[in-house]
Write a protein that binds this ligand. Structure first.
Ligand code: ADP
Ligand code: MG
Length: 684
């Protein structure tokens, strides 16, 4: 519960259901619509384990008129025992039609002697370790205990056209325990007055907190970092690059340099699609800071990415810095003690002008001499708490300038309301000479057909990624899946497999394996071999997800693509198509596909535009997930959709102004209730 941010009773009271299940009634199968989710009772008439592509348990049930197959791809012997032939069962699931008649995949099975529910059953956002039933009880208890009084004057709500009946207390009671006759449509699309009240509260709290954070930042002090782009380090790096900056890169660099020159801390988001070239902009921004006498820290979310940035930045900057007696340092968790201490010393004395690393950068024992600029790459992957710590790293009460980079573009209306305390720079074009990636959506049964494609790519001297996702929330199982794929590919390409208990070697043949359980050294060896091109096919769990740059790779195969979110798929696809070769991304999926998964894969096949994909993601999943805020506790909107709720956003802006001017103490109480301890995070 703590991980979900559910600590105080009010947190639980505000943890509203994602949706509801109607478990108050039973539907005879003969009257049921294919595609709908329903509940029925029937008798078990057959139970068998069969192989259809993979091992599965088929449980046949009959409700007196219609037979239905219940299909389980994951199951335990104890479940089979619990439902023998002849037993009655209450089944709940999504009805599908297959060639063999009605079926449900992974339905819920219950004892039919349990009484039927009296109210709609709430389904809460949760994690695998936190069962719904437990959460339901906890929420109901907290709802009764939580202090939910009215903070703002009723006039605020009238201005939005909300009926005085819908106090926050009534709205929450209704949303958690809607009566069976509640209008499901209005609940589902969040237009019900109870939802309006909740969304309005939230958006207002968000806006007030952001206005305050912005005002607070304006009164903070930062080093003014002024450096000419026509001479010194910036100029030297530009001349040395094997390419010219695109117009978009030049423009955003100017925006950043303008911010850096001020003595108020920069707070800027640099967004740009995968592969648009954000790294070099970060490097040039670092040059500005270094030229002006400050240190720059660049933080990446994974070791692999940090290492790659380190290699690239060293290659670009080391010769230039060496001439000035300065170095590029790096800090990651898996570093040897001696090396870490040496690096820390360079950071502490200021000899290291640039420090690249993972979160290890923000540990207590790292002290900067004069940190002026912090760059956070793939910022959506970081918790806000980590960004905060990094900002607190400067001495003398000065704040560093902050540049956050993301490949997950944020639609404008959303940015206006949600990120009103951020300045945004956008790189809107890719470097010239890229060939678009062709995306194919293929059912996993046909994966053997891919081998010809893979061979062709390898013969043409190209390289390939083969990505296996999180299947269960179990590292061991994921690893087994990736290992299996690795073995299949190795065998198909005539590569000897490692002996029992031996780790896969990066030098055994064309196929390598990369996963989270390997040591940093093993990962590095694999990645190095792939970058060098001696390793041709990299089978990997999702550790390569962000930022890896191997231009010679032209084939990306993603197993179980249906399990990835859109932005993740887009990130992964962005690993290919970085060179001039025509590239292909194959999305393998396991049938049958759910509706959302189907929509995602279609979107992937139809567009390359990260912006369009982000908007589709927003539609399919809601803004909270797009911004990764639920995990980071950023206090982003969970309920309101700033892109869709224009009237609401307008109302919130007016009320925020009025409250801040006339009733700052009420504004504070309101924010406190909604954001609690997270309010400070908005600063980050
Ligand atoms: P991202 O924005 O996804 O982090 P990168 O910074 O990794 O993208 O850049 C992708 C690739 O494009 C790199 O190989 C980089 O060197 C190259 N690149 C960046 N800017 C340009 C440019 N203006 N012209 C040509 N190639 C460029
Ligand atoms: Mg990048």
């Amino acid at each position: 519960m703590r991980r979900l941010g559910l600590v105080q009773p009010i947190d639980l009271a505000l943890h509203v259901p994602l949706r509801y299940e109607d478990e108050t009634q039973l539907t005879p199968l003969a009257h049921a619509q294919v595609g709908s989710t329903l509940q029925f009772e029937a008798e078990v008439v057959a139970s068998e384990v069969v192989f259809r592509g993979r091992r599965q348990w088929l449980l046949w049930v009959d409700d007196g008129q219609v037979r239905c197959a219940l299909r389980f791809l994951h199951f335990f012997p104890s479940q089979q025992k619990a439902w023998p032939v002849g037993r009655r069962v209450r089944v709940r699931g999504e009805l599908r039609r297959s060639a063999r008649g009605h079926e449900m995949v992974h339905p819920q099975l219950r004892d039919p002697t349990e009484p039927l529910a009296q109210a709609l059953t709430p389904v809460y956002p949760t994690t695998q370790e936190l069962p719904q039933a437990y959460l339901r009880k906890a929420v109901a208890g907290a709802l009764a205990r939580a202090a939910i009084d009215e903070v703002l004057p009723p006039a605020c709500w009238h201005a939005l056209g909300l009926d005085a009946h819908w106090t926050l207390r009534r709205a929450l009671n209704f949303l958690h325990q809607p009566p069976p006759d509640a209008p499901t449509e209005a609940l589902q699309n969040r237009q019900h007055a109870a939802w309006q009240r909740l969304k309005a509260e939230e958006m207002l709290a968000q806006l007030i907190a952001q206005r305050r954070a912005r005002a607070a930042r304006q009164s903070q002090h930062a080093m003014a970092l002024r450096a000419s782009a026509r001479q010194g380090l910036v100029q030297a790096l530009m001349q040395q690059l094997p390419f010219a900056l695109t117009d978009a890169q030049t423009r955003v660099l100017r925006e950043i340099a303008t911010d850096l020159a001020r003595d108020v801390p920069m707070h800027r988001l640099l967004q740009g699609d995968v592969g648009c070239g954000k790294t070099v902009v970060a490097a040039l921004a670092a040059c500005v800071a270094i030229e002006a006498g400050a240190q720059c820290a660049l933080m990446a979310p994974t070791e692999i990415l940090a290492r790659q940035h380190f290699v690239k930045l060293t290659q670009w900057l080391e010769p230039l810095l060496a001439a000035r007696g300065q170095t590029v340092a790096w800090l990651i968790g898996a570093q040897g003690k001696a090396e870490r201490r040496a690096m820390q010393a360079q950071v502490h004395t200021g000899q290291a002008a640039l420090v690249v690393g993972t979160q290890a950068l923000i540990q207590d024992d790292v002290q900067f001499a004069r940190l002026g600029l912090v760059v956070v790459d793939e910022q959506h992957r970081f918790g806000v708490a980590q960004r905060l710590t990094l900002r607190q790293k400067t001495a003398r009460g000065e704040q560093p300038h902050l540049l956050m980079m993301t490949a997950t573009p944020i639609p404008r209306t959303l940015a206006m309301t949600l990120l009103s305390d951020l300045d945004i720079s956008t790189i809107d074009t890719l470097p010239p000479g890229r060939t678009p990636v062709v995306t194919k959506v293929v059912e996993a049964r046909r994966r053997h057909e891919l081998m010809a494609r893979l061979r062709a790519q390898l013969e043409a001297g190209r390289q390939a990624y083969w990505v296996c996702p999180l299947i269960e929330e179990s590292e061991a199982l994921d690893l087994r899946h990736a290992t299996q794929v690795y073995q299949e590919l190795a065998q198909a390409l005539g590569q000897p497999l490692p002996g029992e208990g031996q780790p896969p070697s990066p030098h055994a043949g064309p196929v390598g394996l990369l996963h989270g359980r390997q040591t940093a050294g093993e990962k590095k060896a694999m990645m190095d071999a792939f970058v060098a091109g001696t390793l041709r096919v990299l089978v990997s769990t999702t550790v390569i997800e962000v930022g890896v740059d191997v231009p010679n790779a032209s084939l990306m195969v993603i197993e179980h693509a249906e399990r990835f979110g859109l932005s993740q798929l887009h990130q992964l696809r962005g690993r290919v198509g970085r060179g001039s070769a025509a590239s292909v991304c194959v999305l393998l999926y396991e049938a049958p596909l759910g509706e959302v998964a189907r929509a995602r894969l279609q979107a992937m096949a139809q567009t390359h535009d990260g912006f369009v994909l982000a908007q589709t993601d927003l539609r399919l999943r809601g803004p909270g997930e797009l911004l990764g805020s639920r995990q980071s506790g950023a206090g982003m909107l969970r309920f309101a959709d700033a892109a869709a709720d224009d009237a609401l956003a307008q109302w919130a802006r007016e009320q925020a102004d009025w409250l801040l001017a006339e009733h700052p103490e009420l504004a504070t109480r309101h924010v406190q209730r909604w954001l609690g301890a997270r309010a400070g995070y908005l600063d980050a």
